[in-house]
Write a protein that binds this ligand. Structure first.
Ligand code: AMP
Length: 460
């Protein structure tokens, strides 16, 4: 998954982008990058591996002047975590410079790339996003939004893009609207971001969402919108943004993530009560709001039973102690005072492989809990995501390989209850229609990718 950000019409656009990326760090921690364009039409780029705070400095931003900038935070699978695959992509072609940052996964990237390579294109990365850059360079149009519309014609799957062509900032969202993208105003300028929390940090005011199938252009001529792709495709907003991915202080798809998660928790309590339980606690941080909702609805006290260490760097070397719980112990610890002798409800937003969950349950038991009842504020994940969430292959998903009883046994709980698909879709703002729930239901809105998303170079 990734976070994208763009600024037009503010001095020090790179510094504003730098700040915005801090608020999109949760969307990707592998690499971060910024491209800016100055008053002399010179484009400068900086891309670094690691966190925004590790790779990009405020000092460096001072050497990237200009009123136009875009930025990116990236998460990828281990194999493709290289600087070559960091974004924004910056390329020069006959018409000048083009820079692009992408959130989502293009499902027919392999076919498009094969065609381009057949025609002589040379690629610098394994990213699906690079096919759009090549297509941009081939466009014969002179209007930036027209060039982007041409480049995106026939591109399938999920994309939210911020693009710089010349002195124009462009924002585009695929016709299904898989991923969130918003526009805000900042003084006389504009800001584009994956989530509204990134508008908040730079002091921008939310204007609206970029609509599915829309391209928005921002430059010295002002803001122009074109609906280049008629909304013939069914709306397929990713429900997992509300369940897990987005920050609770954001509005995604025009709905509050905090309200969505609380509603998911309340619905979970109605569908999956735990009559013998003494208390509820969350697996921090992504399930805090859902646990609040569960506690509210079930009238059980909400306790802080798990403490998460926020200072574990990504480069932290795993301790030599063996055992499957070692990794979990580094990140979490249990509060014995809260747990001793208690029957507890542990609320989490999802179970993917089941490995973290199993480790957490054993921590909770070791701290003295009498009974552990696991409640999950989304349905079982049974299939991979082709649209940008980093879920593993089907075979690694515990809900694909195990029954409900099998999962409960595997993770070591006394009872296990998931939220139903309909319960989830009715709980999220703007539901139940218009959401992609393929990872839960197997109902994929597009054809599956040819090669499983060019696995080696899986983008975000
Ligand atoms: P596991 O027990 O290994 O299935 O991990 C479950 C935990 O992973 C839950 O706490 C989720 O909040 C979290 N989670 C869900 N989806 C993802 C994802 N795409 N990337 C990283 N963590 C995730």
């Amino acid at each position: 998954m990734c976070g994208i950000f763009g600024v037009y019409g503010q001095p020090n656009a790179a510094a504003i982008t730098h700040l915005g990326l801090y608020s999109l760090q949760h969307r990707g921690q592998e690499s971060a990058g910024i491209v800016s364009v100055d008053g002399n039409h010179i484009a400068r780029g900086s891309r670094k591996m690691g966190l925004v705070s590790e790779g990009l400095s405020a000092q460096e931003m001072e050497s990237m002047p200009g009123v136009l900038a875009i930025g990116h935070t990236r998460y990828s699978t281990a194999g493709s975590s290289t600087l070559d695959n960091a974004q924004p992509v910056l390329a020069r072609f006959k018409g000048g410079h083009v820079a692009l940052a992408h959130n989502g996964n293009i499902t027919n990237a392999t076919e498009i790339r094969d065609d381009l390579e057949e025609a002589g294109s040379i690629f610098a990365s394994t990213m699906d996003s690079e096919v759009v850059v090549h297509r941009l360079a081939r466009s014969r149009s002179t209007e930036p939004e027209q060039m982007l519309a041409e480049a995106l014609d026939g591109v399938e799957g999920a994309y939210c893009l911020v693009v710089i062509i010349g002195e124009t900032l462009l924002a585009a969202r695929d016709p299904h609207g898989f991923r969130p993208l918003v526009i805000g105003t900042l003084g006389d300028g504009y800001v584009v971001a994956s989530e509204t929390c990134a508008l908040d940090i730079v002091g921008a005011t939310l204007m609206r969402e970029v609509m599915p199938g829309e391209i928005v252009a921002m430059d010295s001529r002002g803001l122009r919108s074109s609906q280049v792709f008629p909304q013939s495709k069914p709306l397929a907003r990713c429900v997992f943004e509300h369940v897990y991915f987005a920050r609770p202080d954001s509005y995604v798809f025009s709905g509050s993530v905090d309200r969505a998660r609380r509603a998911l928790g309340r619905q979970l309590a109605r569908e999956q009560p735990a009559p013998t339980a003494d208390l509820v606690f969350a697996v921090p941080d992504s399930s805090n709001a859902a646990a609040l909702g569960y506690a509210e609805e079930s009238r059980l006290p909400l306790e802080l039973a798990l403490i998460r260490n926020h200072y574990i760097g990504r480069t932290f070397i795993q301790p030599t102690q063996s055992g499957r719980d070692a990794k979990v112990k580094v990140k979490y610890n249990a509060v014995k005072e809260v747990l001793v002798g208690k029957s507890v409800v542990m609320v989490d937003d999802s179970i993917v492989r089941g490995t973290t969950t199993r480790g957490l349950v054993s921590l909770i038991r070791a701290a003295g809990a009498r009974e552990v009842h696991m409640r999950v504020s989304s349905p079982p994940i049974t299939g991979p995501c082709y649209y940008g969430i980093d879920t593993p292959n089907r075979e690694e998903l515990i809900a694909h390989t195990h029954t409900l009883e099998g999962i409960a046994k595997q993770i070591g709980v006394d009872s296990l209850g998931y939220l139903s698909l309909q319960g989830m879709l009715h709980a999220v703002p703007g539901g139940p229609q218009g959401f992609c729930h393929a990872c839960f239901s197997g109902d994929y809105p597009t054809a599956a990718p040819l090669v499983d998303l060019m696995r080696a170079g899986k983008d975000c």
